[in-house]
Design a protein around this ligand. Structure first.
Ligand code: GBH
Length: 447
């Protein structure tokens, strides 16, 4: 095979990792996109789908018309807007459960050579101990469909949704859930394991714990630090045990979690308070937790999205933390400040772990597709800088392949490389997806 052209003004990904003898070693870099079962499949029946029905009405009523630009209130692609109840109910989602072949054709046509997706526990084990062989067969077909197209599957075992019977025993607060999760993981390993090399047991344990058990924003809407601590510990235990099980049953697999790592900066660089707050947040939100899985990882999965600018205001003898969002900056439709340099800082720090790194998520909501191409390009430039400074990055997954159901926010945020018309289920490739394809094909970014 002819090695990719090396453009002096651009990057050449494979060259970044020198071999032992010093010369460039063109190795396959994985470029692709990520999804999760509940967000794209449709017709899932789990703790989230039940919660959606309970909360959709009040969410739509709380949404304020004034806060939304026209293109969100009147979406081109037949989607609900934030004022509508349907926005908050995953329902058919993208119907990816039935259309995965078509969607993988698109991914292939966009040059992707890897794809990250998740298996839905509630489909596999709808009742305690009763495994649904038809659903296992479904995911076998999904994996085969990827392989047939030369796309490497990266399989997530748990991406934020629980079977109802798990919810009913107290979800991840209950130690038993760890055992049950392991039994489910064992079943997947036994039935699908032969075809999968890359495994991500748990998606973003810290984010889920924070939103579901500290902020009370996700089901089960708890605000209890004591419970949060238990939940996080159970995730870590489940992760480590799954790691060991995978290696026992399937020699040669690569296992790692997908970790969301923030980029915090002080609002005022001269403020001691702001700087201390940043240090504390960095430690307690992200880096402390990463230590707990030391020795149980073959790679690190990094999910990175936006900048958190931290301002501390003393008030009545207390300190109040603000995450300042500046609407005049480069932001996504959700108000997240785009800060590509942040991915570089996280990668440099992750280098301490001395493991291969895959960027398992990076993306933005951009309904008009005005910022996405530049977003991807700029993040990849910083990724490349990290690689050229010796960080062993081996892949990049854009979030997401398709527009999809963005959890408590619903359908209005448009994260996809591919637009989904939620009325007709028609797929439309966005221009930015073609820009990403150019990078993949050249194996380089050229201006
Ligand atoms: C990822 O989490 C998830 O893994 C994925 O499922 C999700 O679709 C994707 O992000 C996009 O959000 O706007 O102030 O309410 C990334 C962590 C958690 C960061 C939610 C932003 C909401 C902040 N994200 N959080 S706010």
């Amino acid at each position: 095979m002819v090695p990719p052209r090396r453009d002096p003004s651009g990057f050449y990904w494979g060259a970044a990792r020198p071999s032992k003898t010093g010369e460039a070693r063109p190795e396959k870099f994985f470029f692709g996109a990520a999804t999760s079962s509940h967000q794209v499949e449709g017709n899932n029946y789990n703790d989230w789908s039940e919660w959606e029905h309970k909360t959709a009405n009040s969410k739509s009523q709380m949404a304020n018309r004034k806060n939304w630009p026209d293109y969100i209130l009147n979406p081109q692609a037949g989607g609900p807007n934030p004022l509508q109840k349907e926005n908050y109910i995953s329902g058919r989602a993208c119907d990816h459960y039935n259309r995965y072949e078509e969607d993988f054709d698109i991914a292939k046509s966009l040059g992707h050579n890897a794809h990250r997706f998740s298996i839905e526990w509630s489909r596999i084990e709808p009742e305690q101990g009763k495994f649904n062989e038809k659903e296992i067969e479904h995911y076998w077909q999904v994996i085969k469909a990827l392989r047939k197209r030369g796309i490497e599957p990266f399989v997530t075992l748990w991406h934020w949704t629980n079977p109802l019977w798990i919810r009913d025993i107290g979800g991840w607060e209950n130690k038993k859930t760890v055992e049950y999760f392991l039994r489910y993981a064992g079943k997947i390993i036994q039935t699908l394991g032969q075809e999968v090399k890359f495994w991500i047991p748990i998606n973003e344990p810290t984010i889920y714990t924070g939103l579901a058990y500290v902020m009370g924003q996700f089901p089960p809407e708890k605000k209890n630090l004591f419970k949060a601590d238990k939940v996080l510990k159970n995730f870590i235990t489940a992760y480590k045990k799954t790691y060991l099980l995978l290696h026992k049953k399937l020699p040669g697999v690569m296992v790692g979690n997908a970790n969301n790592i923030h980029c915090h900066l002080p609002f005022n660089k001269k403020s001691l308070l702001d700087k201390v707050a940043v240090k504390l947040l960095q430690y307690f939100r992200d880096w402390r937790n990463l230590k707990w899985t030391d020795g149980f990882e073959d790679f690190i999965g990094l999910n990175y999205y936006f900048l958190d600018t931290i301002k501390v205001v003393p008030f009545n003898g207390r300190f109040i933390l603000f995450d300042v969002r500046n609407p005049n900056k480069w932001i996504s439709d959700m108000g997240w400040e785009i800060y590509p340099e942040g991915i570089y800082h996280n990668l440099k720090k992750l280098k301490e772990k001395n493991l291969p790194i895959y960027i398992t998520e990076n993306g933005l909501a951009d309904a008009k597709d005005e910022k996405r191409a530049k977003f991807i390009k700029n993040h990849l430039k910083w990724v490349h800088k990290a690689i050229s400074e010796g960080v062993d990055v081996r892949g990049y997954f854009y979030w997401s392949l398709l527009d999809n159901f963005e959890w408590d926010k619903g359908f209005w945020p448009r994260f996809g490389l591919v637009e989904v018309n939620y009325k007709t289920m028609e797929r439309k490739i966005r221009p930015s997806a073609l820009e990403y394809k150019k990078i993949i094909e050249a194996n380089a970014i050229t201006e």
